[in-house]
Design a protein around this ligand. Sequence first.
Ligand SMILES: Cc1ncc(COP(=O)(O)O)c(C=O)c1O
Length: 479
Amino acid sequence: MSDADSAYAYAYERLADQLAEQVRNGTLRPGERIPSVRRMGEHHGVSVTTVLQAYRKLEALRLVEAKPKSGFYVLPERAYRVPPPRVSTPGKAPTLVTTTDLMDTIVAASTDPDAVPLGAALPDPALLPLRALSRSMGAVLRRDVASGHAYGSPSGVPELRREIAKREWHTGRTAAPEDVLVTCGAAEAVSLAIRATTEAGDVVAVESPAFFGTLQAIEGLGRRALEIPTCPVDGIDVDALEHALGRHRVGACIVTPNFHNPLGSLMPEVEKERLVGIACERGIPLIEDDAFGELYFDQPPPSLRSWDEDGTVVRIGSFSKTLAPGYRVGWILPGSRHMTAVHRQKLASTVATATPPQLAIADYLTGGGYDKHLRKLRRLLRDNVGRLRAEVAARFPDGTRLSRPRGGFLLWVRLPDGVDALELHAKALAAGISISPGPIFSPSGAFRSFVRLSAGHPWSERTEDAVDRLAAMVGSAMV
Ligand SMILES: Cc1ncc(COP(=O)(O)O)c(C=O)c1O
């Protein structure tokens, strides 16, 4: 393909993608025969071989099947009939986070390099531009050996702050470099945001379920968590949050409106606007953790900052899910109200983020390949999520419920009644498969019937076999 900026290396990939979209959005219906290879080729002005490659890819994605001497048909898609899990129903009182020991044990287990990696929320190294980043790292260190010597500015290196600010444009609201502080990953940014906006003993409202790292931070900082009912499709229930704010003194609220971990949910724009309105009206800091925001499947989602008129939103991002988790680079836009406090906390926390990884990422971003990389990554992850959903839907027993992520690469699975996620986790790990059990996403160990699966790795026979074995374990746990 001549267009150097295209996310598609081959014409068949573009065609397969267009057809997959038509299957997913229902233009091509289950059971329908898709046009013959010859007709499709004539229609798109591509060769029969190209069309055949596209159809084979759709077969591999379990979207169509070939029938001998008849053609290709859209598969009756069980994955689309498996319902999503229901809105969560957490307890109504603030609670201490009591699950951090469990989290530590499980997170340590999920890094076993020999296990099939359905547990950790990390993209496969093969999907990340690690070589290009290494070249950038080499170049910046050759250019400026001293960059490894001095402490940098607590706010981060100017080159990177500028690049991050430029990218904010995609999220519906521009930013200036001075609005950005570079952090040691989103993890540090979350911790700075909590410390800057609340005090020990305060209540922090969180989604239910919530990313376990955030819960660990709440526990470590001596705050309490107030879980708010959350929908696996549309995110936090804004009415429930408003109700809870009327009953409890809440110091801050942390949400992941875009492709939530573990739900994959995406808040509708009207709900985002309402959420920001409520936070602004009540003067409650609203921390937006957007670690997955760049990994959308269709449209870039607007950030909560788009509706923020008075600096109430504290926005957080990261390069961990798109570039290199090991570089530990994220950022925070504290908003006008919290800028001074966050800056002070950063100084007290790590003084400054390590300079060489910041410079390397800035060099890579200014090189211009990031958007192309992201387009490809989004497409691969969307295919992987589709494939994993289809396999789980086809193999897991009736009674299973499955999230429908609109971005990211995580699946939230409600197991059939009677199956315990912690027991399944232990059994799967003993069989060389890592998964994340639901209780680590709750301050009180709820979600015992849920697991999170990661589709961050290229599909392989090993993954397919692991899903098959997991399904058998789930089936045998039911009886
Ligand atoms: C929602 C969310 N926030 C923050 C983080 C931490 O990211 P980082 O590696 O940038 O510290 C993660 C990592 O999984 C995450 O899923």
